[in-house]
Ligand binder design. Sequence first.
Ligand code: DGY
Length: 321
Amino acid sequence: MKPRLIVSRQMPSAVGNRIAAEFDCPVPGGEDIDAETMLRLVTQTRADALLFTSHLKLNADVIAALPAHVKIAATCSVGFDHVDLAAARARGLPVTNTPEVLNECTADLAFMLLLNACRRGHEYEAVMRNGWRKGMGMGEMLGIRAWGKTLGILGLGGIGRAMAARARGFGMKIVYCNRTRLPPELELGAQWFARFEDMLPHCDFLSLHAPSGPETMAIINAQTLSLLPKGAVFVNAARGALVDENALIEALKSGQLAAAGLDVFHNEPSYDLRFAELPNVFLTPHMGSATHETRRAMGFRAIDNIQAVLAGKPAIDPLWS
Ligand code: DGY
């Protein structure tokens, strides 16, 4: 008999095929399922495992309501701020994520945000879609040169380092802030700052690659934004919770920030529409890992975690131990 699985969101077809081959799974019709529906489905089907994504919040109440036959919850994401890990540990529920496999594609998207913010991608595209028809003067609609600038990275983990690798190709100097300094083979010449506030005055560009948590909550706020050089460019492909969005909008309006590229927001998908009114912002709908290759790898990694735990082996990517 195949193990029983509940999936909270539609998966790419290769992942869906593997699920169909390896599990007994009443896959929902492509719609996201909420916590209530998930709990009903896992109970009805006596599911052994849950495969979910960040839209489904596994808070303490939801975890407490999960029947004991659910032996693992695997999130198909690297981030896990949607899971109450303390509650999972208390209940003895293994929770896993999908690290590493999305590093390169998420960094690609973050760099795309950076270049589009610097080079007015959204505005140029709008000119073209409106017909163009009038040549640009030499001083008109100028952007910011990316080459040779200093990029500040908050969180030089796997994605941060992939971002740094791209930036080096653009002749950039890298400065970073992590709790602890990395060894030279990971730093690769990047300059470490123990205090975020001390790094900010050095950043022409600032890109966030740190997880969301109590330490990073609203770390981008009126005070930290004021420490950046005037006209800096800001990129966020990490989590919206790291940013005080009112302060960010104010900095974009006042010119303290020249531009921003944003993939993540406080309220997703119902993000603050004031961002859409700002010409100097390039926006994407939380798509950092969204390539065929990476989404397939993430789905497979989540399935591998589930199969390991159901086979009585240690999880590959446990979030608590
Ligand atoms: C991740 O994997 O954490 C992405 O941001 C998708 O949620």
